[in-house]
Design a protein around this ligand. Structure first.
Ligand SMILES: Cc1cc2nc3c(=O)[nH]c(=O)nc-3n(C[C@H](O)[C@H](O)[C@H](O)COP(=O)(O)OP(=O)(O)OC[C@H]3O[C@@H](n4cnc5c(N)ncnc54)[C@H](O)[C@@H]3O)c2cc1C
Length: 394
């Protein structure tokens, strides 16, 4: 599938935008559709570890990302009063490549949009696919404005509630509430928050990530009742109640919450689609294929890697089925690792509910926490584009 082939990318988030840019850079004719009428993304942040930065480098946008973001090279575990338990220096990155660069989601989105437009990607805002029918090697798509078109491949990066996934596989893989939810917001950054910070509470965990010289991004994860309706206008009150018990600058953020606080809440619905991630000429990537608890800050990173690896496979001289198989073989094990590792982090932190369990967790984290993250770093720092002839993740 080389130049002149028509590809439809569904979804203009980080993964869709990156894959569209990567396809366009390889000469493919790309249309990207996004259901929102304009590109506005919630004002929270994204940590981009070195593996994500490598993809952004391949797309030619690393300097812009570095300029927009805040680099850091370690992760610190504290208790809820910000008493240090253990510090881990990431084994990520390399010469010219920071371990992590965090930036606001909207900045990353704008940078990727520019890259996609530069290579002629067509963009349809306020557009969805109402119908997809596969006939031979083509996918016939009917759009919400009544028009229709044919494509050689449809690539679904339309997020956790993907309708492309439904066109490919039916409703067998709908997301399920894990019983946990995540609260997120931006807040002024105290100078000492210059790395990723986790604060272990009793029955919840809070984290902070520097975004730039002024701002940090705060997230709070705890059990949430799936049947409870959380009214948006009450988010500041809910979050204030939930942050009770935390001290230091988390308490300052809590006390400053008010009606104008821009808070994002999402239930955690981790899932990984079993392989293959394609059916005929419809293939999935990003959150449409896998969603993780946010602990390794790898959701967008894995979506970026999916886009690049798919573009790499599609530019090879092989039958389309072999290229799609190659894509899934290169992606599944790596994403399954992120899924398992972050699920395990979620479960261990949420099991800490009493002072005695916190003392035990403190001892265990001191002894093993850094080595554990180091094991993950070594896996995640492996490049996803193999040197010619080498086989990775197959
Ligand atoms: C609390 C929390 C913190 C996180 N922190 C990080 C982090 O620090 N670092 C990180 O890398 N990741 C993080 N993530 C994960 C990350 O946000 C996602 O994994 C990433 O955004 C997935 O990208 P995507 O492009 O696959 O999907 P999305 O970003 O969900 O984009 C999907 C796009 O498709 C559009 N769409 C949906 N349906 C249709 C349709 N039918 N037709 C057309 N368009 C459609 C949507 O409007 C959207 O624009 C976090 C997630 C959570 C919940």
């Amino acid at each position: 599938m080389g130049a002149s082939r028509r590809v439809l990318v569904v979804g203009g988030g980080i993964g869709g935008m990156a894959s569209a840019a990567a396809f366009g850079q390889r000469g493919m004719d790309v249309l990207l559709i996004e259901k929102r009428p304009e590109f506005t993304v919630p004002g929270v942040g994204l940590g981009q570890p070195a593996n994500a930065l490598r993809v952004l480098g391949e797309l030619g946008v690393l300097p812009q990302v570095i300029a927009a973001g805040f680099q850091y090279d370690s992760m610190r575990y504290f208790d809820y009063n910000r008493e240090l338990i253990v510090e881990h220096k990431f084994l990520l990155g390399g010469p010219g490549l920071p371990a992590v660069c965090a930036l606001s989601r909207s900045d990353l989105h704008d940078i990727l949009l520019d890259a996609a437009l530069k290579v002629g990607v067509g963009i349809g805002l306020g557009t969805t696919a109402q119908q997809m029918e596969q006939e031979g090697n083509r996918v016939h798509v009917v759009f919400n404005n009544g028009s229709s078109d044919e494509f050689d491949l449809v690539v679904g990066f339309d997020g956790i509630r993907s309708t492309t996934r439904i066109f490919a596989f039916g409703e067998a893989f709908e997301p399920i509430h894990s019983g946990y939810g995540a609260w997120r917001l931006q807040a002024p950054r105290p100078p000492e928050v210059d790395a990723m910070e986790f604060y272990q509470g009793l029955g919840s965990k809070t984290g902070a990530m520097p975004l730039n010289d002024e701002l940090m991004y705060l997230f709070h994860i705890r059990p949430e009742d799936p049947s409870e309706k959380l009214a948006r206008e009450d988010y500041p009150r809910y979050l204030r109640e939930r942050l009770n018990g935390y001290g230091d600058h988390i308490a300052e953020v809590r006390d400053a919450l008010g009606p104008d606080s821009d808070i994002v809440y999402s239930p955690l619905e981790p899932a990984i689609l079993p392989p293959p991630w394609y059916s005929g000429r419809i293939v999935l990537g990003g959150d449409a294929a896998h969603t993780f608890p946010p602990h390794l800050t790898e959701g967008a990173g894995m979506a970026l890697e999916d886009g690049l690896v798919l573009a790499d496979e599609l530019s090879q001289d092989k039958p389309v089925e072999d290229m799609l198989d190659g894509y899934v073989q290169r992606r599944y094990a790596r994403c399954a690792f992120v899924y398992t590792f972050s699920m395990q982090m979620l479960h261990s932190e949420q099991m800490v509910r009493t002072h005695q369990q916190l003392d035990e967790a403190r001892r265990e984290l001191k002894a093993n926490g850094s080595a554990r993250i180091a094991a993950s770093d070594r896996i995640l720092n492996l490049p996803v584009l193999p040197a010619k002839g080498a086989l990775l993740w197959r």
